[in-house]
Structures are given as C-alpha cells and as structure tokens.
Design a protein around this ligand. Structure first.
Ligand code: FDP
Length: 298
C-alpha cells in the first residue's frame, strides 16, 4: 500500500505536495461535517446562488488551512467575492463544495482546486497542477501536477485517515461509453442537440447526476464526454473558468483527453473576472472535436 505522502515525494514539487496533503486532511473534516451542516443560509455567493452551511464551512476550512501553509499567495473561491491573501507563490482557485444542490438527495459532492503560478484571474496555461475531491461512497482525492493523474482513497486507521493509492496514471478509455450534459435539452444550442442525438444513436449511455465532479469522474473512467454547454439564453454556460473548468481541463488533458469551450482550448481562456463562466465540453478527444466541428459549422 502506497500512501499519498510517500507517493508525492520525488514525484511532485514540494510546495504542491504540501498543498495536496493539506487538501486531503481538510477534506476528511468536511466529510465528517457534511451530515450535520446541510441547511441553507441567508447568504448568496458572487454568482447569486444560495449558500448552504456546508458551502460556507468548507470554504472557511479549505481557505484557512491552505493559507496556514504559508505557501499560498491568494485563495480565490466560488464562495467569496474577494480573494484572501497570503505571502506564498501559489495562487489557488477553488470550488470548495461542488454540487451543493445534491446535498438533500445525498448524491456525490466534490471540491475542486486549481494551483496557478500567476495572480488571478489568469489563463489555465498558468496551472501548476489541479485536484478534485469526491465525497461519495468513498472519499477520494484525484490530482495532477503535470505528471499523470493519480487517485487516492481515504482509509480510516488508528492514527486518523490515510490516503492510499487507488489508481496511478489514469487515462480516459479509448472507447467512449457515457455522456452527461447540464441544463435542459430545450435550452441547448442546436448543434449540441444534434450532437447528443448522434451520441444516443451510437449507443452511448446517458449518465448525469448534477455534480460536475461526479459526472466528470464517470467520463474519466468509462470514456465519453461531459458538457455544461452554451445555452440559448446563457451563451457563456454556467461553470466557472478558474474554479471549475480549467482545473478539470488540466486533469482531462493529463488523462489523454481534451477540453474546449466549443472553439478554443479551455486552458487558453483568459477570464477578465474571477467568476467568469464558460461553455464546457470535456472528455474523449474525438468527441470534443466532433462537437467543436458541429458548433463551427452551425
Ligand atoms: P451546483 O449548482 O449544484 O453547485 O457548479 C455548479 C453545478 O452544481 C455543477 O456541479 C453541476 O454540473 C451543475 O451546476 C448542475 O447544473 P444544472 O442543475 O443546471 O444541471
């Protein structure tokens, strides 16, 4: 059994290793708090979404533990209007609790982190690494620091939770099997509707749970595509470039896939504000190119 600490030595830069270990240990606290902190608060996040107690709690725990390492220059979060500043060199953008609308139904939730080398907002080509946590039947941490995608699972031991290697060098399978799209079919732009009809005709299975992290994880393991597409009334989609799209795009690329906004690589987008959104199509490269070509031709 290889644990996260030992695995990171010699495989990842020391500062990113420390941040990943901090995220792993903090995620165990978030998981423990989850059943007891699910009510809605009166607050809304900068995107106008109602916050739950656990959104606020997870945000606070991750922001303070990351800043306490002394390695972080700023933490920007989907749940905060302004970043919190530190004195380190890594700029962290995070979605501390992805998929909060799934809390009451007990579906998987997640947390997403991007480690940038420049002040935010900046383009995804400044990512040094990224990671996501899944709070599902298992608590897992999946990360890349530019040398493959690796997943660790939390195992309770006498000395607390250890994160044990579950999958090394994940790669999106060649034959795509699943797809999942956010929003409503009637709102998707027309080329996306045609694309989905063709996926269905080819026998790909619809797998959509409504938590980006969980839905993406299926694509990572079964091959296929996840999209939160451009909508007719919302052409820039829903998911945020810095907090969600770019970190997951880096993991996708490291697993042999691609991520696009419909015409450009997600990692090339330079958002002008922290909470800027983008249409997002990510997963098996062949499918991402197909949807790009339908959008281009429309
Ligand atoms: P949520 O609003 O529940 O936090 O990040 C936003 C997100 O969830 C994603 O996790 C998910 O993919 C998407 O929104 C779901 O949106 P729809 O309900 O519009 O499909």
């Amino acid at each position: 059994m290889t644990n996260l600490d030992a695995f990171l030595k010699d495989r990842a830069p020391a500062d990113l290793s420390r941040l990943l270990l901090t995220i792993a240990s903090t995620s165990t606290l978030v998981r423990r708090a989850l059943p007891f902190t699910t009510r809605l608060t009166r607050g809304v996040n900068p995107s106008g979404e109602r916050q739950t107690e656990i959104d606020v709690y997870a945000n606070e725990l991750f922001a303070s533990s990351l800043l306490a390492t002394g390695l972080v220059g700023e933490v920007a979060s989907e749940e905060m209007a302004e970043p919190r500043r530190g004195r380190g060199r890594v700029h962290v953008a995070m979605d501390p609790l992805d998929g909060s609308s799934n809390i009451s139904t007990n579906n998987p939730l997640g947390s997403i982190f991007g480690f940038y080398s420049s002040a935010l907002p900046c383009a995804g080509d400044r990512l040094l690494g990224s990671a996501f946590v899944t709070y599902g039947p298992m608590l897992t941490l999946t990360y890349t620091t530019g040398a493959g995608v690796h997943t660790f699972v939390a195992a309770e031991g006498q000395d607390g939770d250890a994160f044990i290697l579950m999958e090394e060098n994940a790669s999106i399978p060649e034959k795509p099997e699943v797809f999942g799209l956010g929003g409503q079919r009637k709102d998707w732009i027309e080329p996306v509707e045609r694309f989905v009809a063709s996926l269905e005709a080819r026998g790909l299975k619809l797998r959509y749970g409504g938590t980006f992290v969980g839905d993406f994880n299926q694509v990572l393991h079964y091959g296929g595509i996840f999209a939160y597409p451009a909508l007719k009334h919302r052409p820039r989609g829903k998911l945020r470039v810095l907090y969600e799209a770019a970190p997951m795009a880096l993991i996708t690329r490291q697993a042999g896939g691609s991520a696009s906004d419909g015409s450009k690589d997600i990692l090339s987008l330079l958002p002008s504000e922290l909470a800027e959104t983008t249409p997002l199509y990510l997963g098996s490269t062949g499918l991402v190119r197909e949807v790009e070509s339908l959008i281009r031709g429309s």
